[in-house]
Ligand binder design. Structure first.
Ligand SMILES: [Zn+2]
Ligand SMILES: [Zn+2]
Length: 277
């Protein structure tokens, strides 16, 4: 009986009754093996089943999460966003009874195939099968066109980074979150955010301190100062803003500079914390 109840409570239709849960997975550990707040890799986990980017996916998921995550959205092919994706699929290779689906633009898929899953850096898993079927499948999406990933609706648009990169909004009908991914000053993303009726939270990058504005511009990232200018483009007022992607080498300074912006409800996203809206 207890088993049946537990099974019923995990039925997908019940998921819309619970808040969206999101975690930024740890990627750095101290000398005792405890996760720290330094973010070297990017991987968000939504409702324990969908990942956005896969930097730390193979090293920071619980066993249960590892058994559930079969959909991964990749915003761009930079190493900090895909570092352990090949290892994640390798780990699961013999156990999968359905493929891991990689959702990305055609452009990003082509780069992953050319530069990562190219038989040299790692096997081309998209051509490999275990005894139950394919182990990895690409699901291309088009920018500006809504698509479904598990129980979530997603719309992605190009942002301003040095390689093809998308930002996106993700919604479970009730809650809508916006992700900038890596970007400098951008327009389409804010147009998407502003035409979305309700945004519950914005996750946005703040990579470099103000003193490194030239480096931030060249590598197409924000500093707290350029972020503040950018946030003036949002029409939604009073939403939760979580800053992410703070370069570990400058983290303390960036945290101070973000605090000094004095923007209500702007906080640094706490790594490992399960946020719910
Ligand atoms: Zn990047
Ligand atoms: Zn990055």
């Amino acid at each position: 009986m207890a088993y049946t109840e537990a099974a019923l409570s995990s039925f997908p239709e019940n998921q819309t009754l619970t808040p969206v849960k999101i975690q930024l997975l740890p990627s750095t550990f101290d000398d005792k093996g405890r996760a720290t707040q330094e973010q070297r890799l990017t991987c968000y986990l939504i409702d324990d089943c969908v990942a956005i980017d896969a930097g730390s996916i193979a090293i920071a998921l619980s066993t249960e999460q590892r058994n559930h995550v079969r959909d991964i959205i990749i915003t761009h092919p930079h190493m900090d966003h895909i570092a352990s994706l090949p290892i994640f699929i390798d780990d699961l290779f013999g156990f999968l009874d359905r493929p891991v689906r990689i959702h990305a633009t055609e452009e990003v898929i082509n780069l992953l195939e050319r530069d990562v899953f190219n038989w040299t850096v790692y096997p081309r898993f998209s051509e490999l099968r275990n005894e139950r079927g394919p182990v990895m499948e690409y699901v291309p999406f088009k920018v500006g066109v809504e698509f479904k990933v598990a129980h979530l609706k997603v719309t992605a648009v190009n942002v301003n980074h040095i390689v093809p990169t998308v930002g996106m909004i993700v919604s479970d009908e009730k809650t809508t979150l916006a992700f900038s991914s890596d970007t400098a000053e951008t327009e389409e993303f804010w147009q998407l955010v502003n035409r979305t009726e309700r945004i519950d939270a914005l996750l946005i990058e703040a990579s470099f301190p103000n003193s490194l504005s030239k480096l931030a511009e060249d590598s197409r990232h924000f500093t707290p100062k350029s972020l503040k200018r950018e946030l003036g483009k949002i029409k939604h007022k009073g939403i939760d803003i979580l800053t992410v992607h703070l370069k570990p080498a400058y983290r303390e300074t960036v945290v101070e500079e973000l605090k000094a912006l004095d923007i209500p409800k702007l906080n640094v996203m706490e790594i490992g914390h399960a946020y719910e809206w």
